[in-house]
Design a protein around this ligand. Structure first.
Ligand SMILES: Cc1cc2nc3c(=O)[nH]c(=O)nc-3n(C[C@H](O)[C@H](O)[C@H](O)COP(=O)(O)O)c2cc1C
Length: 167
């Protein structure tokens, strides 16, 4: 860190958009931070098809997140079946964007995979019955999901797709 640098116009605008008048001290600035500060949840989507490789890229970003003890206790499922999406949309309280989004990824806290691997190796994994293991899995899943979100929001064509036409 080399002390406070002069904020760029973009940085000033982004910080002002986030904090209003109480803009914090300007620090490092780059496209990653700009993308993070620009985050808004978007619930309306263009009908365009996603660019090829979008799913793979988002999963790669998700798999690059930190994971407690490198256990990778999460899984992700891309739900394409409209009937399955309809059930999930209803369970989620009638969220129609679940039906309409071009890609619907369900991130799971998944301790079952490691449990099965242990069974296959003839070993019972000691941590399985503990609340901490579930917490670690939920946190791992959230970190992976957030990495995917940041990747989606920062990808040019994907970004535009995820920004609804009205936003
Ligand atoms: C754990 C978690 C669960 C969320 N669940 C939903 C949800 O079911 N539906 C939805 O539209 N947004 C959901 N959101 C998005 C939040 O509503 C949103 O991030 C929050 O209102 C702040 O708005 P912003 O993301 O635009 O800054 C969820 C966010 C988190 C972190």
């Amino acid at each position: 860190m080399h002390g406070q640098h002069a904020p760029t116009t973009t940085q000033q605008a982004a910080l002002a958009a986030r904090y209003g008048a109480a803009v914090p001290m300007a620090g490092p600035w780059n496209s990653t931070i700009a993308g993070m500060l620009d985050h808004r949840s978007v619930r309306g989507y263009r009908p365009d098809a996603l660019p090829p490789g979008t799913l793979e890229t988002l999963v790669a970003a998700a798999q690059s997140a930190a994971t407690s003890s490198n256990l990778q206790t999460w899984s992700v499922v891309s739900v394409e079946d409209p009937a399955a999406r309809a059930v999930m949309a209803e369970i989620a309280g009638g969220q129609k964007h679940i039906l309409e989004c071009p890609l619907f990824l369900v991130f799971l806290a998944d301790v079952g995979r490691n449990d099965r691997l242990g069974i296959e190796e003839g070993r019972l994994l000691a941590g399985m019955p503990y609340l901490e293991t579930f917490l670690v899995a939920a946190i791992d899943a959230a970190l992976a999901a957030q990495n995917a979100v940041v990747a989606a929001e920062k990808s040019g064509p994907v970004h535009r797709l995820y920004r609804g036409a009205s936003q």
